[in-house]
Design a binder for this molecule. Sequence first.
Ligand code: FMN
Length: 314
Amino acid sequence: MNPKIYMAPMSGITDLSFRLISRKLGATQCFFEMLDANAMMHDHPKNARLQKTLKIDLPLAAQLVGAEPSTMLDAAEKLTSLKDISFLDINSACPAKKILKKGAGAALLKDTARLGKIVKNLASGLRIPVTVKLRSGFDKKDVAECVKTAKVCEANGARVVFIHGRTVSQGYSGDVDYESIKAVKNALKIPVFGSGNIFNHLMAKKMIDETGCDGILVARGGLGNPWIFKNIENYLKNGTIPQTLSLSVKKKVLKEHLACIEKYKEITEANKIGFMGKVTMWYSKGLYNAKRIREHISKVRSYKDLLNLIDRVV
Ligand SMILES: Cc1cc2nc3c(=O)[nH]c(=O)nc-3n(C[C@H](O)[C@H](O)[C@H](O)COP(=O)(O)O)c2cc1C
């Protein structure tokens, strides 16, 4: 068995700079940040920013969120005509209220007829594989319901199912429901990936051992830790325990990450500094003086000042 290790889609996180740094250190398959099908059809300027990529940023998947089967297909066709995408994922996992209100994201878990229609439309209309990202449930754990939903995806042409093993009510905290992922894996013929609490090589192994899944999605475990992909790969392949990184190695990669943001991120200067501060905090997690560093970061007003701060304290 050789489980696949993908970078999970994360809105506001998996931008071009995040992907480039992660790829440099071992990530292979990455996702654009989630794209809204309606915004896609209205050429919303934010959408163009989200689709920023480079030739080296491959293979790259995209994820669409929406509720209307025809709009989803139109948006998918538009996207695939513009970008070299390895597969198209349908978001049936997003718990954000404004998405749920539109009947999209995890709301599709409660309307599997609609979910099935969307999958069918895209799977029959596109030349690339279509996948679905699910949560294990909406309000409460229900293994049979989770299997039923995944089967709807498979029957309508999905080629992979990704399952975040938490309910919508759980949000992003609490235990991961390995049981539901395992049940789906045993019930489906197509590959099943597990997502949730993959913060290091051991937790990756746990997901695989507990569920028998064909692959995993690395999400928050990759924040400030682009080494995680290689660490997991090496551990699964030959049991290699990851080395502890020196501060200077971490600083070097953080600075490369910030340089990518400076170069590629098209947002206002103030927002860019704020974003860089957030990224710096990811990398400073676990340092003995992290709290003080965070206080300093919040006061920084320019890229140059942030680099100076990193040289001095991080
Ligand atoms: C900030 C943030 C944004 C996310 N955005 C998306 C998204 O756009 N689409 C999606 O399918 N999942 C999204 N997720 C969920 C992750 O892909 C993943 O399934 C989840 O974080 C569980 O993995 P973890 O516990 O290892 O972080 C997001 C998660 C976070 C923390």
